[in-house]
Design a protein around this ligand. Structure first.
Ligand code: DC
Length: 211
């Protein structure tokens, strides 16, 4: 039986980087569940759908183009904003549950693990996951890391604006009524505020190998 590794945590905590490293290390498929919300946001923009109309968005979820999950267009501040907004809607979340739960059986059956990262993976999508990891880091530290990364890519950015957006997304993720971001009761909490990505990866490896 494939073992499920659920990784949850707030925006810009390093989930994607760490989950990808685990996926390479264990040759295991990975689902970045945030991309599902981002792909819906992209459809909303492309089809000029009203982001407040749940009915129109639900139509759009049924016709979601999974090829778009690898699109670079999924990452922009407009998509950040719309995906965050729609992710608080119960009907939309409910429609995405099956796809996420089916992911392990629809992907490589020969791999030992299936890795899914997001906000509610250990709490709602896979409450019986074999490994539940909750990543955390102080918002100011996450904003500083994101700022350095954006600057390195030659893009002009303001630290304060990045911090504001992170705080805004945290507030939405942590306080929404449906599937809020919170550590599952039996998850391992890894605070990466004062460790680098390699140290965090070593810690994750130990959790996977020793559990
Ligand atoms: O992880 P991300 O930044 O790509 O996620 C995009 C948005 O989707 C973010 O606002 C939170 C939301 N999301 C969610 O509500 N539940 C998930 N399992 C994954 C993402």
């Amino acid at each position: 039986m494939v073992k499920i590794i659920a990784i949850d945590g707030p925006a810009s905590v390093g989930k994607t980087t760490l989950a990808k490293k685990l996926s390479i290390r264990y040759k295991s498929p990975i689902l970045y569940s945030g991309k599902l919300y981002r792909a819906i946001a992209l459809e909303i923009i492309e089809r000029k759908i009203n982001p407040n109309s749940t009915k129109e968005i639900l139509d759009c979820v049924s016709n979601i183009d999974l090829n778009k999950l690898s699109s670079k267009e999924l990452y922009s501040s407009q998509i950040d904003h719309i995906s965050s907004k729609i992710s608080s809607k119960k009907q939309i979340r409910d429609k995405l549950v099956k796809f996420q739960r089916d992911f392990p059986k629809n992907t490589n059956k020969n791999s030992k693990y299936s890795i899914i990262e997001g906000r509610d993976i250990g709490t709602v999508i896979f409450p019986d996951a074999d490994y539940k990891i909750f990543l955390w880091a102080d918002a100011k530290i996450r904003a500083r890391r994101r700022y350095e990364q954006v600057k390195k890519n030659g893009i002009n950015a303001s630290y304060n604006s990045i911090l504001r957006k992170i705080n805004d997304r945290d507030l939405k993720d942590l306080t929404r009524k449906i599937a809020p971001l919170k550590p599952a009761a039996n998850s391992v909490l890894l605070d990466t505020s004062y460790i680098d990505i390699e140290q965090a990866f070593n810690a994750l490896n130990k959790i996977v190998l020793n559990t």
